[in-house]
Design a binder for this molecule. Sequence first.
Ligand code: OTD
Ligand code: ZN
Ligand code: ZN
Length: 352
Amino acid sequence: MTEQPQRLTIRRPDDWHLHIRTGAMLRAVLPLSARQLGRAIIMPNLVPPVTTTEKAMAYRAEIQEALGSDARFQPLMTAYMTDGTDPDDIERGFRDGVLTAVKLYPQNATTNSAAGVSDITKVYPVLERMQAIGMPLLMHGEVTDKTVDVFDREAVFVELVLRPLLDRFPTLKIVMEHITTEEGVAIVRQHGPSGRLAATITAHHLMINRSDIFAGGIRPHLYCLPIAKREKHRLALRRAATSGEPWFFLGTDSAPHPIGAKETACGCAGIFTAATAIELYAQVFDQEGALDKLEAFASLNGPRFYGLEPNPDTITLERSGQTVRDVLDVDGSAAVLPFLSGERLDWRMAGE
Ligand code: OTD
Ligand code: ZN
Ligand code: ZN
């Protein structure tokens, strides 16, 4: 038997899908991501949403102020697409280096998506422009039709929305965010090689299935959107992430909510994984015997799709492990519970 590696050094990872909110929540959660990551795609679903280049600049300034002057972490900003998004504004933001991508939320698909796109045909002019200038479209891939079962909304989206979109916009670069199904994996494999479709995969969707949400009682901290699916889908995601295929990359979808907003009669969707993001993925890759593929997934595939260089520096993971921290205080009146809080992980980032 070969000896297990005790340390692993990889290029510094990026997070291609991250929610850090604003105000006190931002100041509480951002340092946890910034110490691990080189860059992150910052999701724009604030209240009110970040819909324009100007709003993205203001949000970026808030993030930079929270980071302080010597921070190496770079926020990559996105604009929240609405029925009224102006193609000229989006193009200006992209050319000026303010915007990296545009995020499309089907209206009411997930948290703070009420201002999302009501009908995709309404944003065809924006998509035409993005295709012309090479600007990526990031999609929350679920239909919102309430007659479609919540566990089927991604698979139906693949057929009813994504396939027609790929036909209509043959060179638009699309990221299907946080895929959770084997249907999602399959379409990304089909169109990944042409460089126009890729997917982020969260750590939690690699670790939990839908039964875990109800194990011994209802577990609001495991509720997120897209909701975790059957075990066969989790296994398909694990094979995809650890395959080394360049169209799959790291996106935590870490989505902090105050504990009170989760532990209530109608709890918010979102799982907070940022406290131990890279360690969660390391655990999965180790279990799959694929630690040699972690760097591609976490640090190389994302920049390649986005046309960026990998980060210049590295991080080192150690098998000494850790117990996932307790609640994170936000501002004295609110706190956030990290995913797997109190449980043991096999890896920890060195120098922490
Ligand atoms: N899913 N929660 C949130 C966003 C995501 O769909 C998502 O990207 C959130 O709280 O912002 C969630 O469950
Ligand atoms: Zn989403
Ligand atoms: Zn998200």
